[in-house]
Design a protein around this ligand. Sequence first.
Ligand code: FES
Length: 160
Amino acid sequence: MARLTINGKKPDIACDDETPLLYVLRDHLGLSGPKFGCGLGQCGACTVLVDGRATRSCITPLSAVQNSTVITLEGLGSKDAPHPLQSAFITYQAAQCGTCTNGMIMTAAALSGQNPAPTREEIRTALAGNLCRCGTQQRILAAVLSAFTPKGELDHDDPR
Ligand code: FES
């Protein structure tokens, strides 16, 4: 029986140790925030936080997260009380197909734990491994930057 904390709960998980964490989250726990993009650790759509680190859940077996704390997009905020990054993505309408959105937000959330005031370049670097094929990168960058910036201090072009 796997032992881990997911979004503040300790669910019973009766899966094989080699089951990818993404499958456990989506198929066994009904958490659809993390997306299946490539399944190969290359696109970032499946990103979750494992002990605060951005982690590609499609290539992370359950055995690798024993006794860890996992946070998914659902655990970051709620509809009534969204995380600032979730609010910013809504405000900036920073999605087209939406497949990459989870990974962008979770990677930015991991960055916020390491660097509460990143520069635009640091955000670009952090998100470089998260792929968006729709061409929404400018809105995504603006949304993340706004989430890290106190109100009224934005100095970039608003792409809305
Ligand atoms: Fe995990 Fe693409 S689905 S990195």
